[in-house]
Design a protein around this ligand. Structure first.
Ligand code: NAD
Length: 285
C-alpha cells in the first residue's frame, strides 16, 4: 500500500487560520505586530525568502518591512542597526536573512537580537528555554516537523525516531522538542556526517526525519516497513526542487510521507508567523 501524503499546505492553512483570533486579541490590546527583516548586500536567495515572508505576513495583515543594507556594511554597523530595531517599541520581531557576506559573523549578529523579538527562536535564551521544556519561541523548521508529526495522529510514546542532520536550526532543537514530555516522549537518535552506519539506524526508525541537503541520500530499501518519513531537505535538480529521500521508492514502504515541495516548507513559514505572533505578545510584558 502507498503511504499517505502529509499535506504541508493544508496544515499551514490551518495554523494560519488559528492565528487569526490570536492576532485579533493582541491588536485589541493595542499591539500591532511588525516583523522587520534585514538583508546585507545583493543576494537573490535572501530576497526570495524575504518575498515569501512578506507574502505570508500579508495573508494575516502582519506588517513586514525589509531593510536592505549595502554589501559594505561592517559587523559593527550591522549590530548597531539591530540594536536600533531592538530599541524600537514598534518593531515586535526581527530576522536576519541568510546568507550574509563573508565579512559578517552571522552568529554574533543573531545573538544581539533581543530574545523577545527573536522570531527564528535561535537566541541562546530561547534555546535554553527549549532545554527546560518551556519554549514559547523555537526554531521554525523544528516546530514545523512537530506539527507534521502531530497531523498523523500517531502516538509518539515509545517510538524510535531517527533524525538525520544535527544542525542548530533543525536536528538539535527537534530532539529537544521530541523530549519535551517525559511520558509521551519517543526515543530520538541523531545521525550526522560522522555517523558510521547510517543504514543501521534508519532501518529501525518508526519515524525518520531527514534534514541534510543531499539528493538521493535515503532510498526505499533503507526504510522500515510502515515508517513515517519527514523529508526536510531542499535540493535543486535541473529546474525541480527535490528532497533528500527518493520519494518514488519511499512512498511504497512508508505509512506517511511528506512531499517536496509542499511538505515541510509551507509549515515552516506558518511557524514563522506563529513565532511572530508570540513575539508580539512579549511587547509590554
Ligand atoms: P546544515 O548544512 O546546517 O546541516 C546538514 C546536516 O547534515 C549536518 O548535521 C551534517 O552532519 C549532516 N550530513 C551531511 N552529510 C551527511 C551524510 N552523508 N549522512 C548523514 N548526515 C549528513 O543544513 P541545514 O541548514 O540543517 O539544512 C538541511 C537541509 O534542510 C537543507 O537541504 C536545507 O535546504 C533544508 N531546509 C529546509 C527547510 C524547510 O523549511 N523545508 C528549512 C531549513 C532547511
Amino acid at each position: 500500500m502507498e503511504a499517505k501524503l502529509i499535506d504541508g499546505k493544508d496544515i499551514a492553512t490551518k495554523i494560519k487560520e488559528e492565528l487569526i483570533p490570536e492576532l485579533k486579541d493582541i491588536k485589541a490590546k493595542g499591539i500591532i505586530p511588525r516583523l522587520e527583516a534585514v538583508i546585507v548586500g545583493e543576494n537573490q536567495g535572501a530576497k526570495i525568502y524575504a518575498g515569501n515572508q512578506d507574502k505570508a505576513c500579508k495573508e494575516l495583515s502582519i506588517s513586514y518591512k525589509l531593510n536592505e543594507l549595502p554589501e559594505s556594511t561592517s559587523q559593527d554597523q550591522l549590530i548597531g542597526f539591530i540594536q536600533q530595531l531592538n530599541e524600537n517599541p514598534k518593531v515586535t520581531g526581527i530576522i536576519l536573512l541568510m546568507p550574509v557576506p563573508s565579512h559578517i559573523n552571522a552568529r554574533e549578529v543573531q545573538m544581539k537580537i533581543c530574545p523577545s523579538k527573536d522570531v527564528e527562536g535561535i537566541h541562546p535564551f530561547n534555546i535554553g528555554k527549549l532545554v527546560y521544556g518551556e519554549a514559547v519561541i523555537a526554531p521554525c523548521t523544528a516546530l514545523a516537523v512537530m506539527e507534521l508529526l502531530k497531523s498523523t495522529n500517531v502516538c509518539l510514546k515509545g517510538k524510535e525516531v531517527v533524525i538525520v542532520g544535527h544542525s542548530e536550526i533543525i536536528g538539535k532543537p527537534l530532539t529537544l522538542l521530541l523530549l519535551q514530555s517525559r511520558l509521551e516522549s519517543p526515543t530520538p537518535t541523531i545521525c550526522h556526517i560522522a555517523t558510521k552506519d547510517l543504514a543501521f539506524h534508519i532501518k529501525r526508525a518508526d519515524i525518520l526525519i531527514v534534514a541534510v541537503g543531499k539528493v538521493g541520500l535515503i532510498t526505499g530499501d533503507m526504510l522500515k516497513e510502515g515508517a513515517i518519513v519527514i523529508d526536510v531537505g531542499i535540493n535543486k535538480v535541473d529546474d525541480k526542487i527535490v528532497g533528500d529521500v527518493v520519494f518514488d521508492e519511499a512512498v511504497k514502504k512508508a505509512s506517511f510521507i511528506t512531499p517536496v515541495p509542499g511538505g515541510v516548507g509551507p509549515v515552516t513559514t506558518a511557524m514563522l508567523l506563529k513565532n511572530t505572533v508570540e513575539a508580539a505578545k512579549n511587547i509590554g510584558k
